[in-house]
Design a protein around this ligand. Sequence first.
Ligand code: MN
Length: 480
Amino acid sequence: MELDELLKKFKEYSTQDTTVLEYAWNYASESHKGQKRASGEDYFIHPAAVAEILVDYKMDLETIAAGLLHDVLEDTSIPHETFKKEFGDEIYNLVAGVTKIETLKFSSRDVAQAENWRKMILATARDIRVIVIKLADRLHNMRTLNYMPREKQLEISHETISLYAPLAQRLGIFQLKAELEDLSFKYLFPDEFQSLFAKVQLRYAKREKLLEDFKGELEKHLTTTQVPYRVLSRAKNLYSIYRKMMRQQKPFEEIQDALGVRIITDTVINCYALLGLVHSVFKPVAGSFTDYIAVPKMNLYQSLHTSVMAASGEIIEIQIRTEDMHRTSEYGIAAHWRYKLGDKGSDKHLDEKLNWLRQWIEWLQDLSSPREFIESFKTDLELEQIFIFTPKGEVKPLPVDATPIDFAYAIHTDVGNTCIGAKVNNKMVRLDHPLKSGDICEVITRKNSAPKKDWLSVVKTAAARSHIRKFLREHGLAEE
Ligand code: MN
């Protein structure tokens, strides 16, 4: 990857000025000068590859710059302050976030590391882009894992399959999740991987014919309509097949693995039009239809799902979606992030993003392993801390049962002092309403309004209490 290529790819989807990107490229290249990777190549190959992955995911400029710089703080002696002055707070915070995660080592034998993971998650609650960079970093490291000693390969693969792949899944970045899983699978169980790989290749070669027949049949009926579409066959995820084999205790030959086909079109209306057409040409399998367009999954996934019977009697699983939905399903939250560009005030995807974040925090609470991790995490999240969002998507950590007054003071003293009401998740609530993790809270203020004495018995944070006292004292309204 050369700088020219990176800039060219970036400009395909963004009009942002790329001066910073060029600067970051040269800065990182200079900073890592003389350092080598395990492969013997120049170290800079790695951050450049990470940036390339991020560009492929159409991330924003700050994220890509941070991808180029992600190992600078950790691997060089450049002081944090200097770096911050060079690149500003946003890029610095992203790189510092990644650096923090980089210092963590997870292993199932050492659940004491849960503490570090918690830190990572807290950092993430502030900016999901940190996780996206980390996933790109891990993907490139997995792609080049063959240069590592066996011991390291096992350790890193284990960490990847148990932590990073599930994270990618949760972010809805399925493409990345599948690649992380299959690469880990290859190193963790090399024999099983090789044998399954060979069998899958064979089965899919036979399927090509079936797919061609299906496309041909569809084509015949579609030529008369004006609906634009393209048909893709679904990528295979070896590890998910392997997991199915383990779960069902069956050899590959007995695993039912239907041919998966995706039909991609332009509009929602045309999705339904194509569905109708498919059902009129092929016999649908009863009970197989699910409408994830009308009712999206919580990671924002949308598609129409149906299964039909081909002339040969084989079952074909079909997903019908728009280009937009397709991007979301492949790239997940990353696909949404770039809409942040431009007018930050009118982000039409903000609601979805916030909703997703809230769901994610809920998910973190019901993770099932390692046990100690959940226990310690619950302690923090459920018993000591909650996370409340501003309507603009900022997160404020507060103690449990904190009220809108606490939240108002957490935003700014003046907001606290002049607050007269609050909306939680768009509904008016009383000022003593206990907030819950993931709530979106909007504080309503009125100029010249003042804090009330009885707030003191309601608030949960020391900060709010002291601001209220101070105001009352200064205005001769002190308690008693
Ligand atoms: Mn790295």
